[in-house]
Design a protein around this ligand. Sequence first.
Ligand code: FE2
Length: 293
Amino acid sequence: MAPPTPLTPAQIQHFQQQGYLALPDFKSTVAMATLRARAEQMVEAFDPASSKTIFTTNEQVRAVDRYFLDSATRSSCFFEEEAFDDQGHLKQAKALSINKIGHAMHDLDPVFGAFSRGAALHAVARSLGLAEPQIWQSMYIFKQPGIGGEVGWHQDATFFDSTPISVTTFWFALEDATLDNGCLWVQPGGHRGPLRERFVRAGDGVHMEKLDATPWPDRSTAVPLEVKAGTLVVFHGLLPHYSAPNRSAHSRHAYTLHVTDARTAYASTNWIQRGTELPVRGFLAGAENAPAC
Ligand code: FE2
């Protein structure tokens, strides 16, 4: 388990220059197994008939419906894009068909809350310049064997805009992430480029706004982040990144948190908003009891 110590100057410099930083052995095997078991419980309790919402960021193809919008303050399960056959039936077991759980487990579930908070994470956040970190979103990503979908090039600030931009992604590898099972790819230094798109909520709808025509990188300027289970990867909200489909026989579980600095102005058009009933909190607040999926 990582001690609650600040990052070294060399680590901070790497983050500032490259836009990302990998911290191996940040989470213990026990902590990861506990989170995984809780996620499996949530999937087991999930009734597929309640929603067939599919999640994808490709070409704005997003099954936007009430289920998706409500997931901002719930623990909701989303299917892989390729989970269903032409007749609408699951092609494989439910437990191997879920793309992710999102987006408020860190505030709703004690097990997720314990994994998502603590002095070690707070120290990392502070070292990266997040003076008053606020955790807006959690996602448990399964990247299922065989059907784990591609997540196209994007910047996370698209979904968590603020003035100035402060969103930082905390990406935990719960299994080894490899080229075979769809590890992250990033464009080193790409966080110095512009924000290309903004995901805007207007009433009960959401849409993507094009802000800048700068092309997305390709593999000639990108690097794969093959990391071991237990590694925490932190990256800047403007860093372009993507992950390839998982055509391997092995899953690639990961868990992410998206965090802004309360000193920056969180956009009122961001799709996730929090009110007094479920206020946004930082890394040092305690978890609360609440139902799961
Ligand atoms: Fe992302």
